[in-house]
Unconditional design. Structure first.
Length: 74
């Protein structure tokens, strides 16, 4: 993972509330479709949020996103 847990905590404010919510759903094992339905969004929007998270925090894999979500308590 590109970020340590403490660095992730520092970067967390960079995430918008909906990005944090999306990250929590994906980390909980939900698919893009399940996340979209739960949040009342399209799969395209969920994908866009996840691309922004990856870009903002220099994350490349879902496993890294899951580790980040856990370290943030999502």
């Amino acid at each position: 993972m590109s970020l340590t847990a403490s660095a992730a905590q520092d970067e967390a404010p960079a995430l918008a509330p909906r990005e944090r919510e999306t990250l929590g759903h994906i980390a909980a094992g939900r698919t893009y479709l399940q996340t979209a339905r739960h949040m009342g969004l399209s799969q395209h929007t969920v994908d866009a949020y996840l691309r922004r998270i990856r870009a903002k925090l220099n994350i490349t894999t879902t496993a890294e996103m899951t580790r980040l979500a856990i370290s943030l308590g999502l």
